[in-house]
Design a protein around this ligand. Structure first.
Ligand code: ZN
Length: 449
């Protein structure tokens, strides 16, 4: 996201800074009855496979002024893993109707296009001339239909334009918040049925829940969107998966594999803030809305390809090129834009919760080094839905000074003078040396005895 957008974010955080602090209530189960804000629902932290019966952890009840990480929990971060890491977009859950309608309508468009092409090939020339003459006579009607359809699509597009409340970016949103909640609840059930979750007494769980609550509480006064969601936390027992995401209904999922990658709680906080930023900005709704719009266009394009292009083989190749073009020119840059936006807004969230935001570029710099010095890993940025780690580090470093000012304005404890980026540089240097040594060993020819 551009510096201008960051300024917009900062303006919101700063402008609302002196708003009266609303209390984010925590309940063991059920809905809140007495809340001071119209959007407030409930905030619970679940530890079972039944989030609706999720119990509030004792840790979440504790005052946030207490030390965030207990001695036992601190040990969670001592493990150092060297694996590629990425955080995902919130799971894309499209409405069920669209999931069925989309492939059927695309297939239908292809088959109809193909049928018309083959039928036309068999029509005698004199009959073709008659049809063309007839179509020429209907020229006005055909143009009228095209104009009406185009105008309808444009009107539909413009009436669904919406402004991201945190960054001011205009986006297309055809789904409502309530529609996405229904889908997200189903998605949540599906995930919880598939995964093993760790116990609420596990220190890893406590760290994640406390960190999440601290971020949400610190930002609740400035961000109405936080009150629209039912926040809950689940830690998935899967050391082989380094991932975290937040469903559009506010359910935070963190995999134990990710926790193993973290060097400290500040790194966990910047990752969680990023995922929470995705959720509060409704990136899932936006992603699906835009996908639906592009799919409508794709149906028309597919029908045209299969009607006009001579031969099924060439039509298939043309369709493949079209799909690749859309992915490279539209989908991937757009996904990266959302990622950068979540990075910037998330950094503001972490700063307001008094975490050390300098850990964000440090974390991604290390991930970049792991990619560089680990064979067989790495996707060029232009092919990825996420910015490359290197780009991410650069973008984050650009906004760190502003985030630090925001942190200071929140009367947070001063940060240590040791810069996390410099600390990580030492680790990166060790990785590089290890890589060089193993490379030179492999390059040395074996000496026959
Ligand atoms: Zn993301």
């Amino acid at each position: 996201m551009s510096r201008l957008a960051w300024l917009h974010v900062r303006q919101i955080f700063w402008f609302n800074f002196n708003k009266p602090h609303r209390k984010l209530k925590l309940v063991t189960q059920g809905k809140l009855n007495h809340v001071s804000h119209k959007y407030a629902r409930k905030v619970h932290v679940s530890h079972s496979k039944k989030p609706s019966q999720g119990l509030l952890l004792a840790t979440a009840r504790r005052s946030l002024s207490q030390p965030l990480v207990s001695a036992s929990a601190t040990r969670v971060f001592e493990s150092v893993g060297h694996r590629s890491f990425h955080i995902s977009l919130p799971r894309n859950a499209a409405p069920a109707f669209w999931l069925v309608f989309k492939p059927i309508s695309k297939l239908w468009a292809m088959l109809w296009g193909r049928y018309i092409r083959r039928w036309w090939a068999k029509v005698p020339q004199d009959q073709k001339n008659q049809y063309l003459k007839l179509l020429g006579g209907m020229k006005g009607i055909i143009i009228g239909v095209i104009v009406v359809l185009t105008a309808g699509t444009l009107i539909n597009y413009y009436i669904h334009l919406d402004e991201n409340p945190l960054t001011g970016r205009t986006r297309f949103m055809s789904l409502t918040h309530d529609q996405i909640l229904v889908v997200a609840d189903q998605e949540e059930k599906g995930i919880l049925d598939e995964v093993q979750v760790i116990s609420a007494s596990d220190p890893r769980y406590q760290v994640v829940s406390e960190c999440s609550m601290r971020i949400l509480k610190a930002n609740q006064a400035n961000c109405d969107q936080i009150w629209k969601l039912d926040w809950s936390v689940t830690v998935v027992d899967d050391d082989s998966t380094s991932n975290a995401f937040v469903l559009p209904n506010g359910h935070i999922f963190v995999y134990t594999g990710l926790i193993k990658e973290m060097r400290n709680v500040d790194q966990l906080a910047v990752v969680l803030s990023h995922e929470i930023a995705h959720a509060v900005m409704g990136h899932s709704i936006e992603h699906i809305s835009r996908g639906q719009l592009l799919d409508f266009v794709a149906i028309a394009v597919l029908a045209a390809i299969w009607t006009v292009v001579p031969g099924d083989g060439i039509a298939l190749v043309t369709q493949w090129f079209y799909n690749k073009l859309i992915k490279l020119m539209l989908d991937l840059p757009y996904s990266r834009e959302l990622e950068t936006e979540a990075d910037t807004v998330g950094l503001g969230f972490a700063a307001k919760a008094c975490y050390d935001v300098r850990e964000a570029p440090a974390f991604w710099a290390l991930q970049e080094a792991l990619l560089k010095y680990s064979p067989g890993i790495g996707i060029p940025e232009f092919m990825s839905t996420h910015p490359s780690h290197e780009s991410r580090v650069r973008q984050l470093q650009d906004v760190i000074p502003e985030a630090l000012k925001l942190r200071q304005a929140c009367s947070c404890q001063p940060l240590s003078s040791a810069d996390p980026v410099q600390r990580v540089q030492k680790e990166i240097e060790l990785l590089r040396e290890k890589h060089e040594n193993s490379k030179s060993k492999n390059d040395t020819p074996a000496v026959a005895s």
